[in-house]
Design a protein around this ligand. Structure first.
Ligand code: SF4
Length: 367
């Protein structure tokens, strides 16, 4: 798995700080490892300052340098498509109107509040729904901003769940994370903290840090939401990161985004779901790609999503089948989509389409 970095001592390779300090940020650096296409060269130049590039050595090591269509590469290396006129003519920087009255806060559902802790990410994923924030530079919320958020929580007793997001929330120092989590735990009506982190995928070495795990465990119950998009992202390192979280009592759930050219293939998705179950990650959502400015080229059709859902049924156990959903713009909520299996109904008798093929008439009388 070490690919280009075989000569890096294991001690450094296993260090999250080394991974972050050695992120690949320029065209010249990336060209040392990969022969870039013309589109990628232009992409890196044209997206600079707007949608910057950063790739950890670990994530880069998963790329097949011979394949310009490599699914990891497509998620990490900018292409000129992101900023061409056609792509920029579609979507919005903030389709879900996340920006609220308090910096970083979105209070869309009554019982839940989202708080973005930083604009920093280990890798800037090209399909990111929050790619608008990356031009702000890499900064974490100040303690004053965190306090403002906590004051908001205190005055909203209907909030039972806090989702910490980013950027990458677990990129904060352990000291600051401890501060945020303990301040939230001072609010008695907040029962659950969820952390949306892509570090199990992009720099799993973050979870090799016992101090971090102690902090997370201390502020239970914490749920981890991660974001694997392709079976090749499941490695020995990512499985180790998940195992460490599970051993400390944190369930790990996954949200995949349906991405054209990356995972819009029934077999790839099936392999991903099977691999997630193998490492004990529950695939919860498959999201249709949001209408985000600069990422619209990753969108495929809803029909493709339904075809994939149909393919999964019967090939992996129910716990490996995510809910396919479209997040409605304007904060109108997530709509689950599923192929229809009920074709007809007469009285109490239904005509079902079997996932294994053929029609089944089934009478289901009820009280
Ligand atoms: S890690 Fe998450 S927030 Fe950061 S760029 Fe990737 S998808 Fe976006």
């Amino acid at each position: 798995m070490r690919g280009f970095f075989r000569n890096v001592p294991v001690r450094l390779w296993h260090s999250y700080h080394w991974q972050v300090q050695n992120r690949i940020r320029t065209k010249e650096e990336l060209e040392r490892y990969i022969k870039l296409t013309k589109e990628e060269k232009e992409g890196i130049e044209k997206t600079a300052g707007l949608y910057p590039m950063a790739i950890t050595p670990y994530y880069l090591s998963l790329i097949n340098p011979e394949d310009p269509q490599d699914p990891i590469r497509l998620q990490a290396v900018p292409r000129a498509l992101e900023v061409d006129e056609k792509t920029q003519a579609h979507g919005e920087p903030d389709p879900f109107r996340e920006e609220g009255a308090i910096p970083g806060l979105t209070h869309r559902y009554p019982d839940r509040a989202l708080f973005t802790l930083t604009t920093f990410c280990a890798v800037y994923c090209r399909h990111c729904m929050r790619k608008r924030i990356f031009k702000e530079g890499e900064r974490a919320r100040t303690k004053e901003e965190i306090d403002l958020f906590v004051e908001y929580l205190k005055t909203h007793e209907e909030i039972r769940e806090v989702l910490l997001s980013g950027g990458e929330p677990l990129s904060l120092s352990n000291e600051k994370l401890h501060y945020v989590l303990s301040r939230i735990r001072d609010v008695p009506h907040v029962e659950i903290i969820r952390i949306g982190t892509r570090l199990p995928v992009l720099a799993p070495q973050r979870f090799y840090d016992d101090e971090l795990l102690d902090i997370l465990e201390k502020h239970a119950p914490i749920w981890i939401n991660t974001h694997f998009n392709h079976p090749r992202e499941i490695t020995e390192e990512s499985a180790t990161a998940v195992e460490k979280l599970l051993r400390r009592g944190m369930p790990v759930n996954n949200q995949t985004v349906l991405l054209k050219g990356i995972n819009d293939d029934p077999d790839v998705m099936l392999r991903l779901m099977r691999e997630l179950l193998r490492i004990k990650v529950r695939p919860v959502y498959l999201f249709h790609c949001d209408p985000v400015k600069g990422a619209i080229h990753f969108r495929t059709s809803v029909e493709k999503g339904l075809e994939i859902m149909e393919y999964l049924r019967g090939k992996v156990s129910g716990m490996g089948i995510p809910t396919y959903a479209v997040d409605l713009p304007g904060g109108k909520g997530k709509v689950p989509l599923s192929p229809s299996y009920v074709l007809d109904k007469e009285g109490d008798t239904y005509v079902f389409r079997s996932p294994f093929g053929g029609l089944v008439e089934y009478a289901i009388p009820h009280a």
